[in-house]
Design a protein around this ligand. Structure first.
Ligand SMILES: Cc1ncc(COP(=O)(O)O)c(C=O)c1O
Length: 358
């Protein structure tokens, strides 16, 4: 029996999508084989791939002057691919550190080019984010890197920084949760395994003008422009993940698009934060203005109760509430495919546990 899954990633996928995949698993309609057994260059697969790309373009309203790439290597691969591609511009870039993932991006980027950390909330355990009006950018920064939603700490930057430099965003855990203005960004990247679909696929949305400036002295597999030229089929792409992502995009469209998910996600998150804030037993350490809509970390009054909480929550059909090993406590990831009903069940259990232990 399927339970409520609060995993940060790989994360819950809509049951409707999974059922459709199941019904096509042995034979993709009228093809005689499974989608997994098919050449990525076959006309049947090419249609699946291009439809998925078009649906993503429609959902996010991606303008014509952007390329959409379906790559491998995870978001982590982008931590190096971005500096490799744009190092040649000025040799340096500015990074904003608001959590564990941007810290990793900075460490990896620093191995390749000169990176200036223009803000870090590490001393505050990544519970806050910078004042965007007063960012001190370097004059020669080739780009500015940030993460609008730090998955581990649940620390978010809800406004888009208004800067006159190319803006690069790690949207792994927030993409497709609400409409965004693509034109504000030069490059967006996201690992698929949260709001997009199964792991193994990484989406990159890159402004053509920015991409055309990329380092041409790189092996092809590391160059955005080569991936774009070959429609993300420079080599064999992650065909199954791409296909499932296409189903998720259709499900998003059918459900009412990103306006619908924005409302639903806001409602789910505010119910959970309201409950936590009213309780004397649970707390969330993040500055209210920076609280994530997707990942809600919380701690119990007494950490000795963590193990009983996790055991009992699992017995009650609530999976994967353990916080990331680096921060401890709990975390409920409430991506698009987690319905309000699942969040209500979580709150019901938290309330019961508090009244029993509190
Ligand atoms: C914000 C963010 N960036 C990067 C990553 C790393 O992604 P991957 O495991 O796909 O390399 C994650 C993974 O959870 C993430 O949440």
């Amino acid at each position: 029996m399927r339970k409520w899954n609060f995993c940060a990633g790989p994360a819950v996928i809509s049951e409707e999508v999974l059922s459709e995949v199941q019904s096509e698993l042995l034979e993709y309609p009228d093809s005689g084989s499974s989608i997994m057994e098919m050449s990525h260059r076959s006309s049947t697969y090419m249609k699946v791939a291009l439809d998925a790309k078009q649906d993503l373009k429609d959902i996010l309203k991606i303008p014509e002057n952007y390329e959409i790439l379906f790559l491998q290597g995870g978001a982590t691969h982008q931590f190096s691919m971005i500096p490799m591609n744009f190092k040649n511009l000025t040799g340096s870039a500015d990074y904003i550190t608001t959590g564990s993932w941007t810290k990793k991006a900075l460490i990896e980027g620093s191995k390749i080019m000169n990176i200036k950390e223009i803000y870090s909330s590490e001393k505050d355990s990544f519970t806050c984010a910078p004042d965007l009006e007063n960012l001190e950018l370097s004059e020669n920064a080739a780009y500015v890197h940030y993460c609008p939603n730090e998955t581990i700490e649940g620390n978010a930057i809800h406004e888009v920084p208004k800067i006159n430099k190319p803006l690069v965003a790690d949207m792994s855990s927030v993409i497709l949760s609400e409409p965004i203005e693509i034109g504000n960004f030069s490059l967006i990247y996201a690992g698929a395994q949260k709001n997009i679909g199964p792991a193994g696929l990484t989406i990159v949305i890159i402004k053509k003008e920015f991409m055309e400036q990329c380092n041409s002295n790189l092996p092809n597999l590391f160059r955005y422009s080569e991936h774009a030229k070959s429609d993300s089929m420079l080599n064999t792409p992650p065909t199954f993940s791409w296909y499932v992502a296409g189903k998720v995009f259709k499900w998003i469209k059918k459900s009412g698009g990103l306006d619908f998910f924005k409302e639903q996600n806001k409602m789910k998150a505010s119910k959970l934060y309201d409950f936590i804030d009213k309780s004397n037993f649970y707390s969330n350490p993040v500055k209210p203005a920076n609280r994530s809509i997707m990942n809600v970390p919380f701690i119990l009054k007494d950490s000795a109760l963590d193990a009983p909480f996790l055991n009992e929550s699992e017995e009650n059909g609530l999976l994967n509430l353990k916080g990331h090993r680096s921060v401890g406590g709990m975390r409920a990831s409430i991506y698009n495919a987690m319905p309000l009903e699942g969040v209500n069940e979580l709150i019901k259990f938290m309330d019961y546990f508090e009244s029993k232990q509190g």
